[in-house]
Design a protein around this ligand. Structure first.
Ligand SMILES: [Zn+2]
Length: 435
């Protein structure tokens, strides 16, 4: 690989034109992240790749010509990495289209909206070329809740109370565009409710897909353990009620794929969540850091430099996970994220306090007070929102605990008790919302 030798030769690189540099690109890894929300193909290389795309509707497929590379074994791996249950990708073909041009053809199971973009090197990644395949009609979180309920609805019978059905009947309003916000108020007052209001808790397992989150010394990935804890907490929430009001958990991510921070907020607002709990397990530079912390949003500045550091770190998730900064969604996101309210922060501080108190009963606390900083994911203006750092995955002892069924169960129990405690002091019905 003579050219590659040249490229690594320092000053010589500066003498080469951009096209020649790209020509020397080597593919270092390929990954596919299938998910109901969207499927992603990532091609990682040691230099930025340029590409052109062609969408063919019949049969649906996406062809992408990548310049400056030759077909290599890493690229051929893509073909075998397609999973049978990928919602969008039926198969991938790769071929040397012309000298220095590789053509990738993604055969689709349904028409999809492709987004092709590049990401600059960050964290452990070199240059990435990302091919996202979105559904023509974006998935609606409310529909997901319905589908989930359909799967679970066994017993009950036609006459049984159906709180979720009522919620849907009153609030369901199909999205007109992908930027739709949840309806502010449900339509005209429904006839006297026969059942209580459904309490919805948005659980937000951090990171996912391209973004592993923090990685422990034993190789445990934050994105995996927080999803496991979210599943355990979901089971508890779905079996619980508050003052006779049934509860239901909604996961902003239920699989190993990346969800941009503003999309997590939008999803929670779409289902009109009563609470938003983001789950994390972070790392620090020293392995001795330990204990759980809980964070809320701040109006002005962070409550400590450590809190600011943590917020900056979590807010970088979009860079690692990979969002298309040219997509229109990003502009909407920024407009949305500046509407935080004092009431939301006050409620979030109460929720955080209740959770911290309960977590302190099963594990060690890093800080006894709820800390505050500008976490992007906590900015739903109308939903009390907290971010729980369950433990330091960088601490070998805590990493082992986080992996264990026993501690995950204890943690889920503690979080459930904290949520109940919050509602005991701040009854959900006191909030001015449709039944
Ligand atoms: Zn995290």
């Amino acid at each position: 690989m003579k050219r590659r030798g040249l490229l690594q030769g320092g000053t010589l690189v500066l003498l080469l034109g951009a096209a020649q540099i790209a020509r020397g690109a080597t593919i270092v890894a390929v990954r596919i992240w299938p998910a109901p929300d969207y499927s992603r193909v990532t091609i990682e290389s040691d230099a930025q790749l340029s590409s052109r795309q062609i969408v063919v509707t019949s049969p649906p497929r996406l062809a992408v010509d990548i310049d400056g590379i030759d077909l290599n074994p890493a690229l051929r791996e893509l073909v075998a990495k397609v999973q049978a249950d990928d919602p969008y990708i039926a198969g991938i073909r790769v071929g040397q289209f012309a000298p220095g041009v590789v053509r990738l053809v993604i055969d689709l199971k349904q028409q999809a909206l492709p987004q092709v973009f590049t990401l600059a090197p960050i964290a452990a990644y070199q240059h990435r070329l990302v091919l996202d395949l979105h559904p023509m009609q974006p998935a609606d979180p409310l529909e997901q809740l319905i589908a989930q309920r359909m799967r679970e609805s066994t017993g009950g019978g036609p006459g049984a109370p159906d709180p979720l059905g009522e919620l849907i009947a009153r609030q369901y309003d199909p999205p007109r565009s992908r930027h739709d916000l949840p309806p502010a108020v449900a339509g005209p007052a429904a006839p006297a409710a026969k059942t209580d209001r459904l309490i919805i808790i948005a659980l937000d397992p951090g990171h996912g897909g391209e973004d592993p989150g923090a990685i422990g010394p034993g190789g445990t990935r934050e994105k995996d353990v927080v999803l496991q804890v979210a599943h355990r907490l979901r089971d508890r929430i779905n079996a619980a009620s508050i003052n006779g009001n049934p509860m239901r958990a909604f996961l902003t991510r239920d699989g190993d794929f990346f969800v941009p921070l503003h999309v997590r907020v939008q999803k929670a607002r779409r289902v009109q969540a009563d609470l938003f709990v983001s789950l994390h397990a972070d790392a620090f530079i020293t392995p001795t850091a330990r204990g759980a912390s809980v964070f809320a949003l701040s109006h002005s500045g962070a409550s400590s430099s450590a809190a600011r550091w943590m917020a900056d770190k979590e807010n970088r998730a979009d860079l690692v996970g990979g969002v298309n900064v040219k997509s229109q969604d990003q502009h909407v996101a920024h407009a949305l994220l500046d509407m935080s309210t004092t009431a939301q922060i006050n409620d979030s501080m109460r929720l955080g306090g209740a959770l911290l108190g309960e977590i302190g009963n099963v594990g060690r606390l890093h800080k006894r007070q709820v800390e505050q900083a500008g976490f992007a994911v906590l900015k739903a203006p109308d939903i009390p929102s907290v971010l729980v750092e369950t433990a330091f995955i960088s601490n070998p002892e805590e990493e082992a605990k986080l992996r264990s069924d026993e501690y995950q169960e204890q943690l889920a129990d503690a979080l459930m008790r904290g949520i109940s405690r919050y509602f005991a002091a701040n009854p959900p019905l006191a909030r001015n919302r449709p039944v």
